[in-house]
Design a protein around this ligand. Structure first.
Ligand SMILES: Cc1ncc(C[n+]2csc(CCOP(=O)(O)OP(=O)(O)O)c2C)c(N)n1
Ligand SMILES: [Mg+2]
Length: 403
C-alpha cells in the first residue's frame, strides 16, 4: 500500500457563517497612539513592523493621541465630519432611489466613509486618483457637485457621462478622479503608469491607486508593485481591506498569513496599516505617504483596515453569507460616531449641534436630488441623446459609425 500522504488543498473558510456568533478576535488591535511615526525618508527596512500593526489616533474616549495626531485643525476636522455625514446621507437617499426604480444600481460606503473622505484632504488639486466604486468620498470631500453625481446615477439628460457608464461609475478628470472601471485591479497599474508619466515629465503631480482586499489577488496588483518599486514612481497605493469581496471573505485573497500591507515589503516599498475607521489616522498616514511621493521618495503601500457594513451593492444580500450582527461586533467602531465623539470632547461640537448638522446635511442632499430628478430618472423624464452616443469617444469617428 502507498503510505505517502495524500495531497489536498487548503481552502480558507471564514470563522463564522450566518447564524453563528460573530468573532473578531483575529483582528489584533494595538492601543491608539502606540505606533511610532517615522520620518518620511525612512529606509523601508526599518519600518517592517508598521505592516503588521495598525496606526490609530483616536482612542476609546475620543482623544487624539500619539505621534500621528495633530495633522488637521479643529475646523478641518469638523469639515471632515460633515463630508462623511454627507456621503452617508447621499448613500441612504440613493439606496432608496434604487429601491424606487429611479436607478438600476447603487453601491454604498457604510462604515468606510473615513477612508476616501480623509484621504482626499491630503491631496492637492492636479493629483489623480484611480478609484474603485467605493471611494465617492473623494468627490464629496473634493467639492464635486452632488447633483452631477446623481445625474450620472439616474442616467438622465444631464448625466455628464451621457448614460455610457454603469450608475456610480463616475468620471471627473478635473477633480482628480479618473473614470471608474468595473474591471478591478486595473486601477493599480494605471495609477503607477500615470505617476511614471508625471515623473518622466518632471512634473510635481502624484497619483493614487485604489484596490479592495479581494482584488489584490489580481495579477495587476503585483505588476503595479513591480513597476512602482523599480522606477520609484510617485504613487500612493491604497488597499481598502473591508473584510469582504462580495461574499468571499478576506482570507481567500490574503494567502493565509501576514497582512495585505506586508506584501509591500517584498518589493522594498514602505507598507503601513491604518485604522480605516479613524478619520484622523487615515489623514495622517495619507499625508505621510503623499509627502514621500511628492519629495520623489517613491511609492507607499497602505492597508486601510475597515469593515463593509452594508451589502456589496443593491444586487447583494449579505445575510446569505455572514452573520447579521457581524458589523456590530466590528472592533474598530463607526467612523462617523468616533469623529463626532472626538469633536464633542474637544468642546467644538455637541449632541444638539450634531442633530442640527444631520438635518442640514440631509436637506442639502434632498435638494440636490430634487434638482437631479428634474432632469429625469431611469424610467422617467429626460434621457441622454442617442445622437451624442459616440461624442468624446473617438478623436476621429470611424467611417462605419459616421455612416
Ligand atoms: C477583474 C474583475 N474580476 C471580477 C469582478 C467582479 N467583482 C465585482 S466587485 C468584486 C469584489 C471585489 O472585492 P474587493 O476587491 O474586496 O472590493 P470591495 O467590493 O470590498 O470594495 C468582484 C469579484 C470585477 N469587477 N473585475
Ligand atoms: Mg473588500
Amino acid at each position: 500500500m502507498d503510505e505517502r500522504p495524500r495531497l489536498s488543498l487548503n481552502v480558507p473558510e471564514p470563522e463564522v457563517r450566518p447564524g453563528d456568533t460573530p468573532d473578531s478576535s483575529r483582528v489584533v488591535i494595538p492601543r491608539a497612539g502606540t505606533v511610532p511615526r517615522p520620518p518620511v525618508d525612512v529606509d523601508p527596512k526599518e519600518i517592517r513592523d508598521l505592516a503588521y500593526s495598525i496606526i490609530r489616533v483616536l482612542d476609546r474616549e475620543g482623544e487624539a493621541v500619539g505621534p500621528w495626531a495633530g495633522t488637521l485643525t479643529d475646523e478641518e476636522v469638523a469639515a471632515g465630519l460633515r463630508h462623511m455625514m454627507t456621503l452617508r446621507a447621499f448613500d441612504a437617499r440613493m439606496v432608496t432611489a434604487q429601491r424606487q426604480g429611479k436607478t438600476s444600481f447603487y453601491m454604498q460606503h457604510m462604515g468606510e466613509e473615513a477612508v476616501s473622505c480623509a484621504f482626499r484632504m491630503a491631496l492637492e488639486d492636479g493629483d489623480m486618483n484611480f478609484p474603485t466604486y467605493r471611494q465617492a468620498g473623494l468627490l464629496i470631500a473634493g467639492g464635486y457637485p452632488m447633483v452631477d453625481m446623481m445625474n450620472q446615477i439616474f442616467s438622465n439628460e444631464a448625466d455628464p457621462l451621457k448614460g455610457r457608464q454603469l450608475p456610480i461609475m463616475y468620471s471627473a478628470k478635473d477633480h482628480g478622479f479618473f473614470s471608474i472601471s468595473g474591471n478591478l485591479g486595473t486601477q493599480f497599474v494605471q495609477a503607477v503608469g500615470w505617476a511614471m508619466a508625471s515623473a518622466i515629465r518632471n512634473d510635481h503631480r502624484i497619483s493614487v491607486g485604489w484596490i479592495g482586499d479581494g482584488s489584490t489577488a489580481e495579477s495587476d496588483f503585483h505588476a503595479a508593485l513591480v513597476f512602482a518599486s523599480t522606477y520609484r514612481a510617485p504613487v500612493v497605493l491604497n488597499i481598502v481591506n473591508n473584510q469582504w469581496a462580495i461574499s468571499t471573505f478576506q482570507g481567500i485573497a490574503r494567502g493565509g498569513s501576514g497582512t495585505f500591507a506586508a506584501r509591500g515589503l517584498g518589493f522594498g516599498v514602505p507598507a503601513l496599516r491604518v485604522d480605516g475607521n479613524d478619520y484622523l489616522a487615515v489623514h495622517a498616514v495619507a499625508k505621510w505617504a503623499v509627502e514621500r511621493a511628492r519629495r520623489n521618495l517613491g511609492p507607499t503601500l497602505i492597508e486601510h483596515v475597515t469593515y463593509r457594513v452594508g451589502a456589496h451593492s443593491t444586487s447583494d444580500d449579505p445575510s446569505a453569507y455572514r452573520p447579521k450582527t457581524e458589523s456590530d461586533a466590528w472592533p474598530l467602531g463607526d467612523p462617523v460616531i468616533r469623529l463626532t465623539n472626538h469633536l464633542i470632547r474637544c468642546g467644538i461640537w455637541s449632541e444638539e449641534r450634531h442633530k442640527q448638522a444631520e438635518a442640514e446635511v440631509m436637506d442639502t442632499v434632498i435638494a440636490a436630488q430634487k434638482e437631479a430628478e428634474r432632469h429625469g430618472t431611469l424610467h422617467a423624464g429626460g434621457k441622454p441623446s442617442v445622437r451624442d452616443m459616440f461624442e468624446g469617444v473617438y478623436a476621429e469617428m470611424p467611417p462605419h459609425l459616421r455612416r
